[in-house]
Each structure stands twice: as C-alpha cells, then as structure tokens.
Design a protein around this ligand. Structure first.
Ligand SMILES: Nc1ncnc2c1ncn2[C@@H]1O[C@H](COP(=O)(O)OP(=O)(O)OP(=O)(O)O)[C@@H](O)[C@H]1O
Ligand SMILES: [Mg+2]
Length: 228
C-alpha cells in the first residue's frame, strides 16, 4: 500500500520556488494504477516520491508503512523504478552484465544469476545481444533492457515513468502484455492511453494536483476536457 498524506513538493531554484506537487493525499492499493496529465503537471515528481528519489517538502509518503524519507533504503529495495530515459539506468558495459548487476549482493550463486539473466534475455528478445555494448543498443532496445534490469530483481512495486516512448508497435504490445501479467503492483506514467485502458485506477494531474481519480475511460475524458 502506497500512502501520500498531505504531500507537497517545491523545487528551489535560487530564490524562486516552484510548486511541483500541491497537497496530494491518497492511498494506492490497486494493482494497476495509471498516471496521466500535461507536460510539467507533476507526474514524474509524484512517482519519484514513491521510492524516495524526491522527498516531500511537506507531508509524508509511505510504502507498506515504510517512510520514503526515513527508510529510503528499505523502500528502494521494495520499489523498482524504470526511468523514461534508459541511459539514466543502464550501468554496465554489456547487456548481460547490466542484467546481472541488480542481482549482486542478493546471495545468489553464479549459476542462479546466469539462469535469471538468460531468461530475461529470452523474454525481451535480446538473446542475440548478450555481449553487445549496452550503450550501442537502439533506443527501444535500451528501454527493454532498462525494464528487464528492474524486473529481474522482482520488486514488489514497479514504477514505470513512460517506459514505452521509444518502442515500436510490437514491443509496445510486448510491454503491455508483460505489464498485464506481472504479479506486482504497477504505477505507470504515460501519454499512451492504450497502455492504461484496462487499469484499475487512473490519476489525472494538472498543475501539481490530482484533479481526477477514477476509471481509465473517465480519466482520459477528463484529461481531454482539460486540454480543450
Ligand atoms: N529537478 C528539478 N528542478 C526544478 N524544477 C523541476 C525539477 N524537476 C521538475 N521540475 C519542475 O516541476 C514541474 C513538474 O515536473 P514533472 O517532471 O513532475 O512533470 P511531468 O508531469 O512528469 O511532465 P512530462 O509529461 O513532461 O514528463 C515542472 O514545472 C518542472 O519544470
Ligand atoms: Mg515526466
């Protein structure tokens, strides 16, 4: 369960303060949660608070009772985060090494790591790229690798901030099917409404506030209404 209790966030740039999130209170217990809204409306700020990447300037965020500010490390073990820009999270020289990286320090044997890495390569159509330099993958392949590198550590909550911006039709559908099958709670930010059409709950952001909270179709209609 993810809980936002009267949460605000201000970015401070010199003497100017920018309110990116304003007094958000909600509990997220549904399995599939979508987040939509205009550029700059606070979506990324909101989801980054779920794993403590950004801390509240007012209020409190908890995940399963753990405070993202005080217990950041424990929260990050539970919450996997996939960024829009895959270069921000590809850390190792080759594809296989990047997949194995997140499994370090978890008490797995070398063989257990190999089995998991091979399964991930197969699942994401990257078998031919095992020893390929990760930095030289195509943009969409990098997005798939970034997603695979997060899922391989089996987080209990998965936050995806526009994970499909660079994906072709087949890979977008692959990611959509994959998300539908995941056992964990997923919070997905997207401008592609197709990805959230069968989600349990969709939040619409506008100027740092949640202005609609409900079923996908009604949420999209609300957002379209804001734009008009
Ligand atoms: N690190 C930062 N420092 C200062 N201002 C920031 C920072 N990150 C975001 N902002 C500002 O906070 C506001 C909310 O940004 P945020 O990234 O949450 O928007 P978003 O809804 O994710 O937009 P997009 O759809 O473009 O990704 C914007 O006005 C943005 O300029
Ligand atoms: Mg964003």
């Amino acid at each position: 369960m993810i809980v936002f209790d009267q949460v605000s966030h201000e970015f401070r740039l010199g003497t100017t303060h920018l309110a990116a999130l304003r007094d958000v209170s909600l509990s997220l217990s549904e399995q599939r949660i979508g987040v939509i809204g205009a550029n700059g409306s606070g979506k990324s700020t909101f989801v980054r608070m779920i794993n403590g990447l950004i801390k509240p300037t007012a209020g409190r965020v908890t995940v399963d009772g753990l405070d993202t500010d005080r217990d950041g490390k424990a929260v990050r073990r539970r919450v996997g985060f996939c960024f829009t820009d895959p270069d921000a999270q590809i850390l190792m020289p080759t594809v296989a090494e990047d997949l194995a990286f997140g499994l370090r320090g978890r008490g797995l044997s070398r063989d257990e790591v190999t089995v998991k890495v091979e399964a991930a390569l197969a699942a994401y159509d990257l078998l031919g790229y095992r020893d390929h330099p990760a930095s030289l993958l195509s943009g969409g392949q990098k997005q798939l690798l970034a997603l695979a590198s997060v899922l391989i550590i089996e987080p209990s909550v998965l936050v995806l901030d526009e994970p499909a911006t660079l994906l072709d039709l087949a890979n977008t559908q692959r990611v959509q099917r994959l998300i539908a099958q995941l056992p964990q709670q997923v919070v997905l930010v997207t401008h592609h409404f197709g990805l959230i059409e069968d989600f349990d709950r969709v939040l619409v952001f506008d100027a740092g506030r949640v202005v609609y909270d409900g079923a996908p179709q009604a949420a999209v209609a609300h957002y379209v209404g804001l734009v008009r």
